[in-house]
Design a protein around this ligand. Sequence first.
Ligand code: ZN
Length: 496
Amino acid sequence: VDTWKVYVDVLKELGKLNSAIALLSWDEETHMPKKGLTLRAETIGKLSRTAFELSISDELGRCIEELEKRDDLSEDKAASVRIVGKRYRRNKAVPPDLFEEFTIAQSKSQAAWGEAREASDFALFCPHLEKMVDYTRQFAELYGYQESPYDALLERYESGMTSARLHAIIEPLRERLVPFLDRLLIDGTPPDTSALDGRFPVDAQRALARTILERIGYDFDAGALDDTLHPFTSQIAPGDVRVTNRYLETNPLSGLFGALHEGGHALYDQGMGDDLYDLQLTDGASYGFHESQSRLVENQIGRSEPFWTFFRPVFIEAYPALSNLSAEALYRAANHVSRSPIRVEADEVTYNLHIMLRFELETKLLDGSIQVANLPTLWNDAMDRYVGLTPTSDAAGVLQDVHWSHGLIGYFPSYMLGNLYAAQISRTLREDIPALDEQIARGDFAPLLDWLRDKIHRFGGIYEPGELIVRVTGQELSPEPFLAYIFDKYSKIYGL
Ligand code: ZN
């Protein structure tokens, strides 16, 4: 028997099931009429169960065990066995009865979270979150870890990352970012954003999102752009990577940066070799790495001055009422910093602070040093220490994110790691392409995309994130490039 062929055949089956699930989920979030929800949920549930069973099948297990002993596999094949093997063992570690119990508690928890948020009353969600934390703790024990149970959870999103390493990254970041934010907001002169108050037709915004996606190199022959409530990018299959976006009539920048963010994710997905799909290597190096590609396009490019030199004429053609704004004024307005209680509304300077407070609370919930019931108070206290404000309600505080209601603990750091990777990658990018700013100012994104494809996209999940960042930048992940980028950029904008 050709073990490799048996192995790839199972992965191809899995790929088809995952493709169907992705398409049904994308449709559910974009075009599906709401009366279709019940059957859709059942259909997705059925396919997911089939895919899960296949992912823990004895046949796959035998293949993995045998292929792990071979040292003649090519780099991509070996990476596939490493990743699929890891997932196989994780999925196998949780007894099916426990997992089923968890998924039932999970849907109740999500529903309770929705109601609690609506009523802005944490007490409605508290018993459910206690269960989610409890299940998560059990899973961590079953997955296994070296030092801290949190590491077992992190591993799923950021292979090789540990809470000890995160602490070492966060400590200097917080120590330097918090005082800088204070200086910025107390001594600095904030950009004037008043010109952007007004009404901006959603049709015009959607057209602009399409334009900018085309300009940065997103391939519409291998994708689509649709409206949704919570934007995401979905890799349906090779040659089919779809972007979704949302537009606010009162804010012309929200939908624009949403499109650039999702566009960054989509360029990563579109840039992975088609042959990696059957090897299950098209999730990227990690969640954090995927986020670095969206952040880099959204922030290091989209919120840069050269970008607005290029984009101003396009922007004011869509919104003639803004024609008195210079490129510099638009650049400044796009980089307004404020203390917001809401993570998803946070700017580049404050965003990581929102993640640090979640990391602090998550790790303490998991090791039992704090209790779920005390979370609202602990949240508000941490928000004051990190961001410098106190939320006025549970809805604008501890209840704002959906993640914990799903039992997603260990996920939040990916967002912060994405910001840090993006800044570090961007530094190397600018060294490699000294003319980048002039190219962007002309609207020429091809050299940027070529570089990202060559250094990052084409490898998909072949390398571990810790290995890839060293391959790309020559150094391990550090908060320094991010801090240097933030200090330099915002000191100038705020005239410190
Ligand atoms: Zn993202």
